[in-house]
Design a protein around this ligand. Structure first.
Ligand code: UD1
Length: 389
């Protein structure tokens, strides 16, 4: 699409980010629009769901995300308060900009809140990373996914199984396009800039004797409410991690929710060890470097399951289910739940050289955002022509 042929009466694409896992998905999309559809105007709205330096600012810099045009500054709150605040503050943005569509990514509260506002105001909504299902309605993200996909107009998927999930929910195939994984676009384009683990550790003031001669270590992240919000569960998991640390040293990047709960439940002693390094939430390039050189990753994050598959690093996922089954079927991911023996057994198997090798899933090739830019501009123009008839 050349700039001359972009219809003057088509408003901008309002792109929404809210929380950390949105940033790595939106960065390649904005770059693809700028490179391949330069005439297509975009407005970047940050809801402010994540706001502090570690969860927000560093990632914007690392991912070369432009400064948001608008920040709604909603901050933390209960799900109801956070979702409602995003909705109230997002509505005037649509009144002001009269966008051609709202583009949301992922499954956080901001994703659903902005989808609801867009749809109710008659603005088409485009959801990137549609159709993923854990089939666990106890997960707040699952509710966000199901509702967003039900009402959004155009659904871009990361893996083929997502279409089956959507069809099962009565969503018409015409609304769904398989384009691949924009998160992997970010990973591939940033791999060469990843920080070395030695640099990350020394900047955090960690002595390198922490690592053994083989420089083997495991990266740990935990933040799901189901794992960290109850004393018993968190205590049991931290005890297992301590046992794991006797086999391999751990680099544990602590999410604010997890750090707060460790303090609240007085569990600090469980993670006080020469074999466990506690770090604040890491920047994107630090985390990429840490994962790339790790012997294994232990996590409950959705994103890390995909990133380890793309990097070929064995991943043990501390959850009972995953909305990203391709990482288990094709990738390096193994679900171990929160069962002590399953976690320890999984670690032993990897350390004995038996970790999964995996292969790269279809369309996880660094070009997903380009596919979205090309398809979306065609879709918007076709819609615009229809509306004029
Ligand atoms: C949110 C997303 C989750 C995503 C995760 C990544 C939802 C429902 N959940 O969960 O899908 O995997 O982000 O981090 O949208 N906090 C800070 N600084 C910040 C942001 C949060 O200290 O910049 C603290 C607050 O005390 C807050 C807690 O972390 O209460 C949790 O943040 P919140 O955005 O509510 O949910 P997450 O658990 O981060």
């Amino acid at each position: 699409m050349s700039s001359e042929s972009w219809p003057a009466d088509l408003g901008p694409v309002v792109c929404v980010v809210g929380a950390r896992p949105n940033f790595m998905k939106m960065a390649p999309i904005l770059r693809a629009f700028a490179a391949h559809q330069p005439a297509l105007p975009t407005i970047l709205v940050h809801t402010g769901q994540h706001y502090d330096k570690d969860m927000n600012d560093r990632l914007f810099v690392d991912l070369r995300l432009p400064h948001p045009d608008i920040n709604l500054e909603v901050g933390s709150g209960t799900h109801a308060v956070q979702t409602a605040d995003v909705m109230r503050r997002f509505e005037p943005v649509l009144d002001t900009y009269k966008p051609s569509c709202v583009l949301v990514v992922g499954d956080v509260n901001s994703t659903l809140a902005c989808t609801l506002v867009g749809v109710k105001k008659g603005v088409p909504v485009v959801h990137v990373e549609a159709g993923l299902r854990s089939y666990d309605r106890g997960m707040p993200e699952e509710i966000n996914r199901v509702l967003t996909d039900q009402i959004a107009d155009l659904l871009y998927t990361t893996e083929r199984s997502a279409l089956d999930n959507l069809l099962r929910e009565g969503i018409s195939e015409e609304r769904v396009r398989f384009v691949g994984n924009v998160m992997i676009d970010s990973l591939l384009s940033n791999r060469e800039f990843a920080h070395s683990p030695a640099k990350t550790l020394s900047e955090a003031g960690v002595d390198s004797v922490f690592l053994d001669e083989a420089h083997a270590y495991a990266v740990v992240t935990l933040h799901r409410p189901s794992n960290v919000d109850q004393l018993d569960t968190l205590q049991a998991l931290l005890s297992v991690l301590r046992e794991v640390s006797e086999k391999i040293p751990l680099i544990f990047a602590l999410h604010p929710r997890t750090r707060a709960n460790i303090e609240r439940f007085s569990l600090r002693d469980l993670v006080r060890s020469e074999r466990i390094v506690l770090l604040p939430p890491q920047g994107y390039l630090e985390m990429l470097g840490l994962m790339s050189d790790a012997t294994l990753v232990l996590t409950d994050s959705g994103g890390l399951q995909e990133e380890t598959t793309a990097l070929g690093i064995p991943c043990l996922t501390i959850r009972e289910n995953t909305e990203r089954p391709i990482t288990v079927e094709h990738g390096t991911n193994t679900m171990v739940g929160s069962d002590r023996l399953a976690i320890l057994g999984g670690v032993d198997e990897i350390l004995a050289g038996g970790g999964k090798c995996g292969r790269i899933p279809e369309f996880w090739d660094g070009k997903a955002a380009e596919r979205i830019a090309a398809d979306l501009s065609k879709w918007l123009i076709a819609r615009n022509l229809d509306a004029r008839k």
